[in-house]
Design a protein around this ligand. Structure first.
Ligand SMILES: N[C@@H](CCC(=O)N[C@@H](CS)C(=O)NCC(=O)O)C(=O)O
Length: 251
């Protein structure tokens, strides 16, 4: 269970915008007129960061259009440069704001959709959620390099490179701790949120490569894969025609 701490007063979109209204001009001359939000993504089969951004936007209840860029098409890459200054996906365009980097997107969505429950209410749990989400965003390079996301693939008995084992152990430790502390079935309790979006591609990797898991972690993987959002993403990934040879490993 989370340690007791005074609940953090939830920000509301209206109170937050009210406090900024006095200082900020009503509309920036640089902002285009408000249109439907757009989320730039690449492959649903291979792009783990696209999956994270997409889940965050869906969890937040954002009304958005997907803008798909082919991961290995040079013209599409040039187009992506115009859309996302980092040349990376995901990139969210919403109401004049352009947000890239998955953590920044999560923070932005939490700000504009404060009641969506992307982060827990409790101050200590929010700090914990930010920490494990940040750890995913900036770490686990060996896991990412050696077990690429590939929803179409299944490699049972895959020999896992020793360099990736500490990453896997650390992720299992994070999940087991969160599930025990907050009671599951999601990392921060009854409601799915930011940390679940961050770790969802790891769930798919663990299943693709049949990484041995304890019961709590295996149950968590089932919970994530059963989410309607995850099922919708997976169904679209399986229909994707393109294949990236370097990521289709042959074992
Ligand atoms: N930490 C970044 C990582 C973003 C990232 O690496 N995205 C990959 C896709 S999985 C990408 O766009 N790579 C360049 C490419 O597809 O050409 C984030 O949080 O958004």
């Amino acid at each position: 269970m989370p340690a007791a701490s005074p609940p953090k007063p939830r920000r509301t979109a209206s109170s937050k915008s009210a406090s900024k209204a006095a200082a900020a001009p009503k509309a920036s001359p640089l902002s285009p007129a408000s249109t439907k939000a757009q989320l730039t993504l690449s492959s649903k089969n291979y792009s783990s960061w696209s999956l994270r951004g997409w889940l965050l936007a869906r969890f937040a209840g954002l009304d958005f259009e997907e803008q798909m860029v082919s991961p290995d098409d040079a013209d599409a890459r040039r187009e992506l440069l115009l859309l996302a200054p980092s040349i990376l996906v995901p990139c969210l365009s919403h109401d004049g704001a352009k947000v890239w980097n998955t953590l920044a997107i999560a923070q932005y969505l939490d700000e504009i959709k404060p009641d969506a429950g992307l982060m827990p209410d409790d101050r200590l749990a929010r700090a914990h959620c930010r920490s494990v989400s940040g750890e995913m965003n900036s770490g686990f390079a060996n896991l990412r390099a050696s077990l690429p996301m590939n929803l179409k693939a299944h490699y049972p008995g895959h020999k896992i490179w020793a360099g990736a084992l500490p990453d896997i152990e650390r992720i299992k430790e994070i999940w087991t701790d969160c599930l025990g502390r907050y009671g599951g079935p999601f990392l921060f309790g009854a409601q799915r949120g930011m940390a679940d979006a961050m770790y969802a591609p790891v769930v798919t990797r663990f299943l693709t490569y049949e990484v041995p898991l304890n019961k709590a972690c295996a149950d968590y993987c089932r919970t994530i894969m059963a989410m309607p959002e995850m099922q919708a993403w997976r169904a679209a990934a399986l229909l994707e025609p393109e294949e990236i040879e370097q990521l289709d490993m042959d074992f």
